[in-house]
Design a protein around this ligand. Structure first.
Ligand SMILES: Cc1ncc(COP(=O)(O)O)c(C=O)c1O
Length: 341
């Protein structure tokens, strides 16, 4: 059980903070050990680990939410477990079972309960599961050993003064190749995104929008989040492509849009030359929650959707419903919530 902590929940951002316990499990000779909670936040690994040289690793991101009555719950951890299995298999790492993944997350949240922000602050406990290839190795081949670990960090509400739109620009760079690793949550995709992100920020944008790598005509991702648009006739549209990371928030919003808001939902191309079909647009992800997109700059032309300063009404309803489900104020679909306490 963790000690009482003295944190100003209202000013928390998205920064690393050492919490009391993390879970570590090791794979050797064909199997995972039972894993255990440890206090040391440093890993000691071989200098020749494949994770360091060849990017043989993957990670996940999910949150624990404190509800009004003080309980703690995870949002769709089975989906993160499934996605991590896919990422592991894409880079030839041993899979972590869904059961082991969820058990590790629950252990970490329980052991760090004092770091789970109170209900009403909008802050949450972010969990970062990851698998890395370790052990002595030199050539380009799968590692002889692996580590699966989960650590947690309290993170602040994404929007401090209410949900507000930001602008993005399309990038000339690609985050993933047509048949590459875009659909896996592997570190290499993110190393390659650092420079395009910096270019966008230097030009005054929140981040860049990646277009489809083959033709550069369709929207794929908004930084490290998925894209959605609300058409002028009230359809929820989100791109489909094998190089997009399948966002759990996006698939959850598709369900919310259809079942809670009564919207038609389409997973199909969103052409960057046809942005006028959308009256609202947004970026969605675990960290970004729903970030309304004020405008998108493409080839130096800024297309503004609903407004550069105000969130649109459909996006606001999606945001309120999704957060309501995550914090336990709105009834969740069957199986979406896993109670920790
Ligand atoms: C590249 C990328 N796209 C989309 C997302 C959003 O996915 P999720 O909603 O599962 O957090 C993330 C974050 O995990 C991401 O890194």
């Amino acid at each position: 059980m963790s000690k009482a902590v003295n944190i100003d929940w209202s000013t928390l951002g998205f920064s690393y903070m050492k919490t009391d316990f993390r879970y570590v499990s090791k794979w050797k000779d064909g199997q995972w050990d039972d894993g255990a909670l440890v206090e040391d936040n440093n890993l000691s690994i071989s200098e020749s680990s494949t994770a360091l040289h060849y990017g043989q690793q993957c990670f996940e991101g999910l949150k624990a939410y404190r509800t009004k009555d003080g309980e703690i719950q995870l949002f769709r951890p089975d989906q993160n477990a499934k996605r991590m299995k896919n990422s592991c298999s894409r880079v030839l790492m041993p899979e972590v079972s869904e059961e082991k993944f969820i058990d590790a997350c629950i252990q970490v949240v329980k052991a760090n309960e004092a770091f789970v922000p109170p209900y009403g602050t909008g802050a949450t406990l972010y969990l970062r599961p990851f698998v890395i290839g370790v052990g002595d190795n030199l050539g380009v081949r799968p590692a002889p050993e692996y580590i699966f670990s989960v650590f947690c960090v309290p993170v602040g509400a994404y929007f401090k003064g209410g949900v507000a739109p930001v602008n993005f620009m399309t990038s000339e760079f690609d985050r993933a190749a047509p048949y590459g690793t875009g659909a896996a949550k592997v570190g290499g995709n993110y190393a390659g995104s650092l420079f395009p992100h910096q270019v966008a920020v230097k030009k005054g944008f929140a981040d860049c929008i990646y277009l489809d790598p083959a033709t550069h005509t369709k929207i794929e991702e908004v930084g490290a989040a998925n894209f959605f648009g609300i058409t002028t006739d009230d359809k929820f549209v989100t791109p489909i492509s094998p190089s997009i990371l399948p966002s759990i928030t996006k698939y959850s919003l598709m369900h919310v849009a259809k079942e809670y808001l009564g919207l038609e939902v389409e997973e199909r191309d969103a052409l960057v030359d046809n942005l006028g079909e959308f009256k609202e647009a947004g970026a969605c992800g675990t960290a970004a929650v729903i970030t309304p997109i004020g405008g998108i700059s493409h080839k130096d032309n800024l297309h503004v959707f609903h407004s550069e300063t105000e969130v649109g009404p459909v996006t606001k309803k999606l945001y309120d419903t999704l957060c309501g489900i995550q914090f336990g104020d709105v009834k969740a679909p069957e199986g979406w919530i896993v109670k920790v306490k």
